[in-house]
Design a binder for this molecule. Sequence first.
Ligand SMILES: [Zn+2]
Length: 378
Amino acid sequence: MNVDPEVVEQHFPDEATPAEAPEPTIAVPQFGLHDSKWSEEQWLGLLETLVETGVGTWKDITALVLGHLNPSQVGTSLASSVGFKRRYGKGNTMKIVMEWIYQQTGRCTDCGSRLELQADHIKGRESYDDPLDADFIENMILRCRRCNVVRRPSHEFGGITFLTAEAALMWIMLVIRPRTLLDFIRMCRLYGMTMSDIRMQEAWAMAHWLARAEPPAFGIENDAASFYDLILWPDSAITRIDADGLVPEGTTKIYSNISGGAVLGFVTLREDGRLKIHGQPVSFIPFSTYNLGSRTPQSLCIHYSPPVRDKGLPQKLSPLPPRSATLVCHAVRLSEQTFRLVSADGAMTQDLPPDASPLGRLIKTKMTAAGIGLTAIP
Ligand SMILES: [Zn+2]
């Protein structure tokens, strides 16, 4: 990364290290990206960092807070709803609504915030045969936009994480500082976000803008011009670190100083005995250089599958191969090379098509997993 470390240095204190890091599980996220456990001091530190690095000014931030303190349109949105007009009559509705607003505490029922208050139903519209019957003043309550959003069933981890998705996108970017868009997306998935990748791609514009600021306030990895070491974890996860970076305890360095433009190939063995070839460009491989709190450094070795709504299948986080798979052999090739399988005795070879995907494709071969090798050929 070509960023002056002085500039991106952060001023908030480290997160407390959990006494016992839990075993890594993929199905039930542990929220190592735990904004909900942050102290006021950490939030203050982040805000100061944003101002010091030129992301925003105190004036910007104060204006934003003032704008969100204003309970703008809470009254008119209620008064203009069809259900309210039907119940109270056009002429009376606004008066009834305004009397109700002035009597409130002016805080979110759930979290006590004064920001972005909205009128919400105590007993939801879905509980009524006629949804408009939910619209009466005694059934209304003030709730902040965040609490309103995280209560919806579509926000799968509502209540576990603190921020709304749109705020969390920026929190993850500016606190964890992903080096690539792919790692950013993986962090968002680990956090529990279920929206489509395009939302992360849009948010990533901020990374580009800050990277071009003078002095740069963000570092985007220049994969093609950089060199990396690849390391193998006990659960078969493969991650990258900077060339000659610190190799974490318990891991094995499998390649040194390879180009970010190269491709890692590896063969995995399925339970049915068949073999799969995988091709992962080095630029695709997650970094294990982030502080993910209580999560393991190789936590980003995940693959996200979106929900398949017409089949009723939920979204899923699964291990990114070769993580949790039986790794048979591996090799690195340059972009113009291809991979070749070589049998244990060297008697058989088989060239593989160059289009292996990161998740792998089945190989038709007479060779078996025992002693098989992979090499790169020009
Ligand atoms: Zn709230």
